[in-house]
Write a protein that binds this ligand. Structure first.
Ligand SMILES: Nc1ncnc2c1ncn2[C@@H]1O[C@H](COP(=O)(O)OP(=O)(O)O)[C@@H](O)[C@H]1O
Ligand SMILES: O=C(O)C1=C[C@@H](OP(=O)(O)O)[C@@H](O)[C@H](O)C1
Length: 142
């Protein structure tokens, strides 16, 4: 079944051509599809590279929709740095997993730290950021 694909949001004054990665299926049968999709994604990234002009890309989408997979490919092609906001929150809090942060602290605590991490990243250039699936919940993150 079709799954939600991560939306691509470039921090751009002028929108650039939208990139879309459609995740059609999972498992071994989709292997050749994934290879094709990666090639298409690389080509699209090369197409928009000039227009992006160093502006960041923030990937948003449901949990498991492919943000990290897509983000690493985009960063490599564009010569950008790649960050996963969940990992940055784990580092900032000093805990090994988001699940543990939720358990020991709370979701609100995690969301505060996530917003802080995203705010810090927002002053930087040439980044591809895979945000957490719930990052869109707080309008301050947009
Ligand atoms: N285009 C795709 N086709 C099939 N499986 C994919 C595709 N993109 C990602 N996946 C798989 O889906 C799972 C979740 O992907 P991931 O990039 O970690 O998602 P997210 O970062 O949004 O949580 C991983 O096992 C990944 O290998
Ligand atoms: O924001 C959230 O509620 C979460 C989304 C998920 O992130 P992904 O979308 O990166 O899978 C998960 O990893 C994380 O533990 C919690």
């Amino acid at each position: 079944p079709a799954a939600a694909a991560p939306a691509l949001r470039a921090r751009a004054a002028r929108p650039v051509a939208p990139l879309c990665c459609v995740q059609t299926s999972r498992g071994h049968q989709s292997l050749h599809n994934s290879v094709d999709e990666a090639l298409l994604l690389k080509r699209k990234a090369e197409e928009v590279q000039f227009e992006l002009n160093g502006r960041c890309i923030y990937l948003v989408g449901m949990m498991g929709s492919g943000k990290s997979t897509v983000g690493k490919i985009l960063a490599e092609v564009l010569g950008y740095s790649y960050f996963d906001s969940d990992s940055l929150v784990e580092q900032a809090v000093g805990m090994p997993s988001v699940a543990q942060i939720f358990k020991v602290h709370s979701e609100a605590f995690f969301r505060d730290s996530e917003s802080s991490v995203l705010r810090d990243l927002s002053s930087m250039h040439r980044l591809v950021v895979a945000t957490g699936g719930g990052a869109v919940i707080r309008p301050v993150n947009w």
